[in-house]
Design a protein around this ligand. Structure first.
Ligand SMILES: Cc1cc2nc3c(=O)[nH]c(=O)nc-3n(C[C@H](O)[C@H](O)[C@H](O)COP(=O)(O)OP(=O)(O)OC[C@H]3O[C@@H](n4cnc5c(N)ncnc54)[C@H](O)[C@@H]3O)c2cc1C
Length: 805
């Protein structure tokens, strides 16, 4: 065993082996994988080996597609068999809502180049004669679905990694990991210590324990999971004799997945009566044993399965596999550099190792070697949960995720587990006002206010929901008088120091404003991708405030920390600095009523920032609004938020003040085509594609990060650009990722949309070929399987000069 290595991977399950293979494939051969037992000794050996592409996140779905296509490559490279069965699979829908969801998925697949199709009950019956299609309305067929041999596949990854130079060391347990001053790691094992430049935690069932060795917490938890393998089934034998194979059938209503296993069947369940495993930690003694059979918890699921697949009732049980595997709170993997640690990488929480393991390995290897992955990995970024997360939150969320694995996922849905968890000082006040709550990054935020007599629950739907009236009411309140909305859900950073301006000039692509002014700027990666859209406020030459998306806090802080240079301090003040935005034609009158400072149009211009006393508090006030109105953002210390509210709300009565929530905010922004983080702006897109290039300051004399790519795009503009549409919608508006059709072909997709209550139109934003974007261009947008006419509009739907006056 060597004692120094560039990369040390802890864990020889399918994920660790995939990471090892991808690192060597991309050129790092000095790689070592440590496994405390034999390969596959965690969850991997008892997996059912099924794979599929379906995932609500398009990037995750694409990576699942990559994983599945990789297996043939692995077989060819190593000469080993992965035991592949590309039998195809169908996901059943027996409610209109589920069919809507599958149609929306199918629509996304069109521009992802995936060959799925919606099929009817007759076709389902033809594919799977053992399925009782009573009540089935249709299904989504994916020819890529299939299954493999988990052990053979893991060994093939390992063989391929070895062929690329990796050393795989078995029966070697890591017992401690300690960082050195230079950011490298001592990896202490029961066979000696290894000095590694980079450390990868791929310890699966023991990922929590291994993370704790480095003093960090990873939000994942193991759940027990059970599947049953039957004896021979005559109908399957007949299919085999005829030269066929049975496809996979996912039956979300029965919370089951079914496939052929040899001459019989295999069926697994995501049961409601599920059980978390090893709540207080995974024992080091756990190894190749299975958990005891437990038919009680899947009794109801089995009863349902007997109705859907009557042959099961007659089939004998050959074996029961009951074992644990890990989940993150949202069911997606935890991948990437762990915030707060140097050269420490996570490849954990992979709940579908045979659908996702290849993509996880590829993304992590790219990230480690090139500094960033080729596509947006936010959905699996280990930093997406923030430092506030702990086991008390993770456990109920993981249980909820397991229970809802097969549920219909609605775009406006709010999941209830572990809530309320994080609340602002306004929680009780807003709750008493009828708040209908949502959660963002663990924080309770108001979606809208229900009036007395209205239901305080938004019905989950793909179509317009019961929040319609309330949202319209709040939109009108803003546009016609003045609205007030909490500012908590912004990420906020205090940047101070002698070199703060120079540092910001390098980190941000845009102009860094003069004292007393604001600017908008994209933050770009080395490859020119958008990794943040920021407002920079200059309070003095050595003191700045940055605001951006609340949910990207840890990703942004990780970026800032790794790029710190000179006399600069960056402090995340997201939860310490909060307040309200007031917006609408009476906003200035209201501000004037609570401050003695001069807030006239001449003294307080559009894009100014000032410190002033507002009510009882010292505040930072910015003249800007995300609603497109005359507006102000007022930031105070979090402990003074209620006092600020009282001052604004009391004085606001005279001006007809309306409290508004996120639903109204997202409707208001549509009128001005203001983009939004992870919708229009994400690491999948460049500044020139999204129009954010207008905020890049090419004149500045700084080699800002991403400059060469931004310059290249300037010289050779991108082929696609964002366009805005008015849509001839019926009862459902664009959400995101709907395909855009032109001349009978899919030419782009939507990034977001919704209903503009102020202008009374359905609005969408999406990518089109840049040379086709002209006022009035007629396209079609596929919403829930229906073609809807849409027209390109190039000027904002509403432009109030008072915003800038
Ligand atoms: C019943 C069941 C059915 C499943 N069916 C499917 C399916 O059909 N399709 C699918 O895609 N997924 C399925 N899964 C999930 C799948 O098994 C996991 O996604 C996958 O195995 C995770 O792999 P991993 O490499 O992350 O973790 P693990 O397989 O847990 O591997 C971690 C490895 O790290 C080693 N290790 C831990 N700590 C140390 C240490 N300190 N030192 C050295 N080595 C260490 C362990 O010994 C282990 O070998 C199923 C899981 C179960 C339980």
């Amino acid at each position: 065993m060597k004692t120094t290595t560039r990369v040390c991977i802890i864990g020889g399950g399918v994920v660790g082996c995939s990471v090892a293979y991808h690192l060597t494939k991309l050129g790092w051969s000095d790689v070592m994988l440590l496994e405390r037992s034999e390969l596959t000794s965690g969850s991997t050996w008892h997996a059912a080996g099924g794979f599929h592409t379906l995932n609500g996140d398009t990037n995750m779905a694409a990576l699942q597609g990559y994983t599945i296509r990789l297996y043939r490559e692995l077989e060819a490279l190593t000469g080993m068999s992965c035991g592949l069965h590309h039998v195809g699979g169908v996901t059943l829908a027996d409610t209109p809502e589920r069919l809507d969801m599958l149609k929306a998925e199918r629509a996304k697949h069109r521009y992802m180049g995936m060959d799925t199709e919606i099929i009817g009950p007759d076709e389902i019956k033809k594919l799977s004669p053992i399925t009782n299609v009573d009540g089935v309305l249709g299904g989504l067929y994916d020819p890529l679905d299939g299954h493999l041999d988990p052990s053979g596949t893991t060994h093939a990854y390992a063989r391929a990694a070895k062929m690329g130079g990796a050393e795989i060391v078995l029966h070697t347990k890591v017992i401690a990991t300690t960082p050195r001053a230079d950011g490298t790691w001592n990896v202490v094992t029961d066979k000696g210590t290894i000095h590694a430049e980079h450390l990868v935690n791929a310890a699966g069932l023991w990922a929590r324990e291994v993370a704790a060795m480095a003093g960090c917490y990873l939000p994942l938890h193991p759940m027990e999971h059970q599947y049953i393998v039957t004896d021979e089934v005559p109908e399957i034998m007949a299919m085999l004799d005829a030269g066929g194979e049975h496809p996979h059938v996912m039956d979300p209503s029965g919370e089951s997945y079914l496939r052929q296993e040899g001459r019989g069947l295999c069926i697994g369940f995501y049961e409601q009566k599920c059980r978390p495993w090893a709540v207080n930690g995974t024992s080091w003694d756990f190894g190749h044993e299975l958990l005891a059979d437990d038919f009680d918890k899947i009794e109801e699921s089995i009863a349902f399965a007997y109705k859907r697949f009557p042959v099961l009732e007659r089939a004998g049980v050959k074996s029961v596999i009951h074992g644990p595997f890990t989940f993150a709170p949202d069911g997606n993997p935890l991948v990437g550099p762990v915030p707060g640690l140097r050269n420490y990488w996570s490849a954990c929480g992979v709940m579908a190792g045979f659908s996702q393991g290849g993509g996880v390995g590829l993304m992590l290897a790219q990230w480690m070697i090139a500094g960033e992955a080729e596509r947006d990995v936010s959905a699996m970024d280990v930093a997406r949960f923030g430092r506030w997360i702990g086991p008390g939150y993770t456990l109920p969320k993981v249980i909820e995720n397991y229970q809802t694995r097969f549920s219909v996922v609605y775009p406006n849905q709010e999941l209830p587990a572990a809530r309320p968890h994080r609340t602002t000082p306004m929680y009780d006040t807003f709750d008493a006002m009828g708040a209908v709550w949502g959660a963002q990054y663990g924080l309770e935020v108001v979606n809208y206010f229900a009036q007395p007599g209205e239901v305080r629950y938004e019905t989950p739907s793909f179509r317009r929901s019961n929040a319609w009236e309330a949202t319209a009411r709040e939109v009108m309140g803003v546009r016609q008088a003045v609205g007030i909305n909490e500012l908590q859900n912004f990420g906020k950073y205090a940047v101070t120091g002698r070199d703060a301006r120079a540092w910001l000039d390098r980190i941000m692509a845009g102009r860094i404003p003069a004292p007393g002014r604001l600017s908008l700027t994209p933050m770009l990666s080395e490859k020119g991708k958008i990794i943040g859209d920021f407002t920079v406020s200059c309070l003095s030459d050595t003191e700045f405030q940055l605001t951006a998306s609340y949910g990207a806090q840890d990703m942004h802080m990780r970026w800032f920390d790794t790029h710190l240079a000179g006399d600069v301090q960056v402090v995340n003040v997201s939860d310490r600095r909060t307040g309200f935005q007031i917006a609408g034609p009476r906003a200035r009158d209201l501000l004037a009523a609570v401050t003695s400072a001069d807030v006239s149009a001449e003294a307080f211009r559009f894009m100014d920032v000032k410190r002033m006393v507002v009510g009882l508090s010292d505040a930072i006030v910015q003249r800007v609004s995300y609603t497109g109105d005359l507006g102000f953002e007022i930031f105070v210390d979090a402990l003074e938020q209620r006092a600020l509210w009282q001052a604004l709300w009391d004085k606001g009565q005279a001006f007809g003040i309306t409290a508004f929530g996120m639903r109204a905010m997202m409707s208001l922004r549509l009128d001005r085509f203001f983009g939004s983080w992870m919708r229009e702006f994400s690491p999948d897109y460049t500044a020139a594609e999204t129009g954010l290039d207008r905020f890049i300051q090419f004149k500045k004399n700084t080699d800002f990060i991403g400059r060469s790519l931004a310059e290249a795009e300037r010289a050779s503009p991108p082929a696609r650009k964002l366009a805005h549409f008015v849509v001839d919608a019926a009862d459902a508006d664009v959400v995101a990722y709907e395909p855009i059709w032109l001349d009978g072909a899919v030419v782009g997709f939507c990034t977001s949309g919704g209903y503009s209550h102020w202008t009374g139109q359905s609005v969408a934003t999406g990518f089109l070929p840049a040379d086709r974007i002209t006022e009035g261009l007629e396209v079609e947008i596929e919403i829930l399987g229906e073609m809807r006419k849409a027209r390109v509009v190039t000027a904002p739907l509403w432009d109030d000069p008072r915003m800038r006056a």
